[in-house]
Every structure is written in structure tokens, then in C-alpha cells.
Ligand binder design. Structure first.
Ligand code: GDP
Length: 688
């Protein structure tokens, strides 16, 4: 899950909610589609496996697994075929449980040429013939329970087994939304919707390209008084310690040199459930060597035992280690990989059904996104046309500032790598993404097979693809994303996504640096509490460093402050140029595809960076013209879908936020109500 931020001239033309002149953010979504967390289900790299990578070595081959003595090596399958076989076997096990020997299932799949339905029919016919008892429903349920158990057993994996280290990020802790009741707070978690039909996110009908001319707001508030606090001594921590007097650094020059000159890029993977996000990214990490064969083999065993053999790649991104008990409600998993010119922080939100709020937080911190779509007949359509998440995620990430997108047209093996199908998807998606505000030149489409590993880290050599595709593979595309502009020249800002106690004195906070830079020894101000502290250590990707800058996801070890004072969503900033704190602010919003008109007093959940805070729409100030931004109506009685408007919001408790014109990264938010995203907005004026 971020963005680039610029300070802006006094009068701005805003297309949609973005201010860059060339940054078209027309939002037009014709169809209703829901963003129900219940349907959104998991934004996880789920658990499927493909045995292809093991095929090369006997040791990690398909055969001789704990749960199967049956060998298929005699069938001489290609990697892709083995992967297909696994996928089919998974489906069959779902229906048949363990009632049918694997050998029979394999034979059925092979003789049906990977048509799982046909294979099932033939096995079932065979069972009937032999009078075999098919597993009762009860045992199927039991089977599922066992799966769950086995899946849980992954927590017993030792850390050393797992090469890609998944760091967890706490997001929008429950304690952040303890204000008054907002319909949908629970619904979001329970996956059902209290009042509003789940149709929120659609930027309205037709081209809701919005351009708002904006009279900019008050200048920044004056700096906070900085209290001088005694520094405490700290015990050793994994952070780099301040041993000597701080040296001034030339951050821009250092950034160029850092990571061997590689740029850091934050990437979020989005797409409809089951599009293959987990498998794709898990396989990519495997192919990059971020997962050793032994670990992969273990995942294969575990996932097979769980009856979900094709989930193993997805397990790659599963969290490791113990859950930290800090009142966590949602976690975003982060892992790192490298391309030729970039170091990528990959973000995903494992295992949570209340996916959208999670995804908002993730996307708010992303520079770029990979949108995964399932090319299979009917599946792409399900994700794209009939209330699927392809559209909603596309709009959400764009609303949150992501401008560059790689679309993985995945499961191409399912459509025999047909160019026509690829082009059909490109054309449908292209239109939509353009309306959603992505520039054509910033969107690239790559045909892939996450399961087979085709076109992921190297260009596919398969003639089925090479005869019509000469473009980049997924990794090359990720590598060629433009590095985002980092606001290193601006005052320091870090929005807290996690707080925890370190071994030493002091404590740690993690989060993404949105602006400026920080050095060991710096004093920082935490807002809203308005307390200062000292940075005793900084860790970037678990490595101690002396400094870190805008765009970096870091852990800071802090002293001179009580951990109790700090919560997820608080902002650490430069004491001299502090972030603003308020409970009342004005904003320009784009209303999505809502059913119930928004009226004065409307309760919402404000999703802002890592905060989700109850708020009320206290004033409807004006309706704005979609393209000119001129006021078309003052003090409207209500706001309806597709409208652009200026309104005032009141939060339950003070929150730290910034004007969009000053800090683009910190000036965007989303409004949700009853499990649906109802609007995207930018902060235009801070009242009090
Ligand atoms: P997610 O929900 O988007 O993370 O999707 P998963 O990675 O869990 O994949 C969903 C299902 O699609 C699993 O059964 C995978 O094995 C299967 N799958 C994923 N990628 C491919 C692919 O490229 N080809 C085929 N045939 N199946 C795939």
C-alpha cells in the first residue's frame, strides 16, 4: 500500500481528488458493485501449492510425500501440467475428502485432460459402480476442520525455515474507533451490512471526471511548543544506536547511494478473491530465491496434508512467528524482494475478512500496485462486471494516490494462452482504468500463470505466448515502475502503524515515513498527545540504519516518552514544523455509488492512513461542478452518488492530519459507512 506529494499553488484545479495538472482522475464507473468486506473476504496470499518447482529434484519431487505413496513421475508431466494437476486434485479433495485414493484421482484428471468436472464425474461413477461409500457430509466437515487445524499448524514453523521475512504491521486498532456507534463498524468486521446495500464504491455513473477549482485554506498552524525531556538510557536493541554527536547528512545524496543505488518502492497487490494473487506473488518470491527449496517442500507437505496442495505458494507470504498481543485487529504483512534497480516492499493483508479497511491502509502506503485478474472465462467477468473487487480495488488505489499499475492477466494457462482473450481483457480493463483516473501510459498488462510460474521473473519461452507477446515479464514491469517522488525536503512525518515494547527501555513504533527524514538522535514530536521523544534507533527492513527518509517503512526506537501515550494512527513529526491536529475540517469529496443520500449529521468512519475514526458529516457546504470545480449549489440538502462536494467533518477525537496542498500523502482519506466505501476526499481546510 503510497503516493507522491507536492505542495501546490494557491488555486488548484482538481480532477477528481487529485491535483496534478496532468493527473487525470476522472472517475466513472457505470455499474454498481459492492465493496462488502464479506465478499471481499481475504486479501491474502492464500494457500495453494504447485509442485512444479520440486519437479526438478527428486528430493522435493511430487512423489514420496508423507501423505501419498503414489508416484506420478511415470506420467512425465511438464511443470505447468503438474500445477494443473494439483489444482484439480484440490478441487476433487474438497468434494471427495480422502475417500478416494490419490492414484485414482490422478488417473481421472489425466484422462479427462485436466477437466476437473469430468474427472469428478468419472471418479463418482466409479465409486457408485463399486458401491463405495462416499464420504458423508459430516466427514467432509471434519475434513475441513482438520484443514483448518493443519493450516494453523503453520505457526509452528520455525522462523529460520522461512526465508522471506514477513513483517507485520498493525493497522487501525479497534481502540481507534471506540467513539459513537457507526453502523457498519461491526458490519465491517462481521462481513455484513447493517443499513446500506453494499454498493458503495463506484465513482458514480458516466464520466465523473471531477475538476474542482479550489480556494486554498489557511496557512499552516504555528509550531507546537516543544517540551524538553530528559533522555533515558537504553538497553541494547536491534537498532543502530546514537553513540556520538549527530552528523548532518545530505539525504538526497545518501539516498542515491543507499541499497547499492536501488530505489525503494512500496507495492500492493490487489484483485478479486481467487484471482491468484497469493499464488502469483508466492511463486514470484520462490523463483527469486527468497524461499529455499526445503521450506517450499515443507509448505507443500503441510498444504497437502491440509487437503489444499495448490496453496503452498501462498503460504510463502504467511506470517511467521508469534502473534504479538497488543490489541491488534488487523495486520498487514510486509515482505521484501529485489529487482535489478529496485528494492520492493510488498504489502498484503493476510487472513482478514474485513479486507477493505485493511486494503485502504495498505494502499494508502503504496507507491504502485499489481492488479491481478483471472483470465478464465467467466472469472474475469465475475471480478470485473458483477460486483467484483477488480473495479473497487482499482478505484480505491487510485483514490489513495497510486498512479502506476501492472495488471497481471493471470491463469492464462486456463485459456490456452489465447491472445484474443488477453486482448479482450485489456480492452475492457483499459477503458475502466482510464475512467478511474489511470493514465494509459502508466498501466501495463502482462499475461501470466502464477501457478505455472510463466512470465513471472523471466520472459516466457513458451511458443504459445511468444508467438504473440514480446513484452515484459512481471518482474521486469515492476522493475520499470518510475520511482515515486519522495518528499524528503518537507518536515518529518511518520504515521504510526504499530507500537510495541522493545527489550530495552523505550519502545518501538513502526510506520511509513511520509515526508522528510529522520536520524538517530533526532527529537520528534508525537501528535495529538503533543509530547516529545528522542530517536535512539532506526531499523529499515530489520537492518539497523543511521537515518531513513520519506518512503521508507521503518521501526523507530524511542525514549523519553511513555508508550501508553502512543496509539496507532498518531503522527510523529518534526517538533518545529508540527502536523496539525483537529476535530473539525473541511474537505472536497467525490461521492461514490451510494444508495442513501448523504445528509447533514451523517455518521461515517473516517479512514485516514492507519486511523479509522468515527466522524460525522456536520455540514454540506456546496456541490461542485464535476469538471470546472465551480460551486453549482450552495448548502445542498443532500449529496447523491457521483457528486463532488465540499463538506465539513467532525471527528470524535482529535486526529493529526494535513492539508492536501501541503502534504499530498497525508491529505487523502476515504469515508465508509455500513461496510461500504461511500466517498474519497482530500483535506482542504483545517478548522479546529
Ligand atoms: P487469491 O485469492 O487471489 O490470493 O488467489 P489464490 O492464489 O489463492 O488462487 C486461487 C486459486 O487459483 C488456487 O486454487 C490456485 O491454485 C489457482 N491459481 C492461481 N494461479 C493460477 C494460474 O495461473 N493458473 C491456474 N490454472 N490456477 C491458478
Amino acid at each position: 500500500m503510497s503516493q507522491t506529494f507536492f505542495s501546490l499553488p494557491r488555486y488548484l484545479r482538481l480532477r477528481s481528488i487529485d491535483f496534478e495538472e496532468d493527473d487525470l482522475y476522472g472517475q466513472s464507473v457505470e455499474d454498481d458493485y459492492c465493496i462488502s468486506p464479506s465478499t471481499a473476504a481475504q486479501f491474502i496470499y492464500s494457500r495453494r501449492d504447485n509442485t512444479a518447482p520440486f519437479a526438478e529434484t527428486e528430493e522435493y519431487g511430487y512423489k514420496d510425500t508423507e501423505c501419498s505413496n503414489y508416484s506420478i513421475s511415470s506420467h512425465r508431466l511438464t511443470g505447468v501440467q503438474k500445477a494443473q494437476l494439483d489444482s484439480c486434485l484440490d478441487h476433487m479433495r474438497e468434494v471427495l475428502g480422502e475417500s478416494v485414493p490419490e492414484k485414482e484421482m490422478v488417473e481421472a484428471v489425466l484422462s479427462s485432460r485436466f477437466d476437473v468436472q469430468q474427472a469428478l464425474d468419472s471418479v463418482l461413477a466409479q465409486i457408485n459402480k463399486q458401491g463405495m461409500k462416499i464420504k458423508s457430509e459430516e466427514s467432509v466437515i471434519q475434513g475441513k476442520a482438520t484443514k483448518g487445524k493443519t493450516r494453523d499448524s503453520q505457526t509452528t514453523r520455525t522462523e529460520s525455515d522461512v526465508v522471506p521475512k514477513v513483517t507485520k504491521m498493525t493497522v487501525s486498532g479497534k481502540k481507534q474507533s471506540t467513539g459513537f456507534e457507526v453502523p457498519g463498524v461491526d458490519a465491517e468486521e462481521n462481513g455484513h451490512n447493517a443499513l446500506m446495500p453494499q454498493k458503495g464504491l463506484s465513482a458514480g455513473d458516466a464520466n465523473v471526471s471531477l475538476e474542482i477549482t479550489e480556494v486554498l485554506s489557511k496557512p499552516a498552524l504555528s509550531s507546537q511548543t516543544v517540551q524538553s525531556l530528559e533522555e533515558q538510557t537504553t538497553a541494547p536493541t536491534p537498532m543502530k544506536k546514537s553513540g556520538k554527536a549527530k552528523q548532518q547528512i545530505d539525504v538526497k545524496a545518501e539516498l542515491e547511494k543507499r541499497q547499492g543505488g536501488k530505489h525503494l518502492l512500496n507495492l500492493v497487490v490487489i484483485g478479486h478473491v481467487d484471482a491468484g494473487k497469493s499464488t502469483l506473488m508466492g511463486h514470484l518470491l520462490y523463483l527469486l530465491g527468497n524461499v529455499n527449496k526445503r521450506t517450499m517442500h515443507k509448505y507443500e507437505q503441510e498444504s497437502k496434508k491440509a487437503g489444499k496442495a495448490s496453496f503452498a505458494y501462498a503460504w510463502v507470504l504467511d506470517e511467521t512467528g508469534e502473534e504479538r498481543e497488543r490489541g491488534v485487529t488487523m495486520d498487514v504483512g510486509m515482505t521484501k524482494f529485489e529487482t535489478q534497480t529496485k528494492v520492493i516492499t510488498l504489502m498484503d493483508a493476510p487472513g482478514h475478512k474485513d479486507f477493505i479497511p485493511n486494503m485502504i491502509t495498505g494502499a494508502a502506503q503504496a507507491d504502485v500496485a499489481v492488479l491481478v485478474v483471472d483470465a478464465s472465462r467467466g472469472e474475469f467477468e465475475a471480478g470485473f462486471e458483477t460486483g467484483g473487487q477488480t473495479r473497487e480495488h482499482g478505484i480505491l488505489v487510485r483514490s489513495l494516490g497510486v498512479t502506476q499499475l501492472a495488471v497481471a492477466v493471470n491463469k492464462m494457462d486456463q485459456v490456452n494462452w489465447k491472445q484474443e482473450r488477453f486482448l479482450e481483457i485489456v480492452s475492457k480493463l483499459g477503458q475502466f482504468l482510464k475512467q478511474a483516473g489511470f493514465k494509459e501510459s502508466d498501466v501495463a498488462y502482462i499475461p501470466t500463470s502464477g501457478l505455472g510460474g510463466e512470465n513471472l521473473v523471466t520472459r516466457s519461452q513458451s511458443s504459445e505466448l511468444t508467438k504473440w507477446y514480446e513484452g515484459k515479464c512481471l518482474l521486469e514491469q515492476i522493475d520499470s515502475f518510475k520511482p515515486p517522488q519522495r518528499s524528503v525536503d518537507k518536515p518529518f512525518r511518520l504515521c504510526v502503524s504499530d507500537v510495541f515494547k522493545d527489550q530495552g527501555s523505550g519502545f518501538c513504533v513502526t510506520g511509513k515515513i511520509e515526508a522528510g527524514y529522520v536520524q538517530v538522535g533526532d527529537r520528534l514530536l508525537a501528535m495529538p498527545p503533543n509530547e516529545t521523544c528522542t530517536v535512539k534507533g532506526i531499523a529499515l527492513h530489520d537492518e539497523p540504519v543511521d537515518w531513513a527518509a520519506a518512503g521508507d517503512h521503518v521501526s523507530l526506537t524511542l525514549t523519553g516518552m511513555d508508550i501508553i501515550k502512543i496509539n496507532v494512527g498518531y503522527v510523529f513529526c518534526c517538533p518545529k514544523e508540527s502536523v496539525k491536529v483537529c476535530t473539525r475540517f473541511r474537505a472536497r469529496v467525490l461521492i461514490f455509488n451510494i444508495e442513501i443520500p448523504i445528509t447533514k449529521g451523517f455518521p461515517v468512519l473516517l479512514h485516514y492512513q492507519t486511523v479509522s475514526e468515527p466522524a460525522t458529516i456536520t455540514r454540506l457546504l456546496s456541490v461542485l461542478h464535476k469538471s470546472t470545480g465551480e460551486v453549482t449549489k450552495k448548502k445542498p440538502k443532500c449529496l447523491v452518488k457521483g457528486q463532488n462536494a465540499l463538506l465539513e467533518l467532525q471527528t470524535q477525537r482529535p486526529i493529526a492530519l494535513e492539508l492536501y496542498k501541503d502534504f499530498k500523502e497525508l491529505g487523502r482519506f476515504m469515508l465508509r459507512y455500513s461496510g461500504s466505501t461511500i466517498a474519497a476526499g482530500v483535506v482542504s481546510e483545517i478548522k479546529e
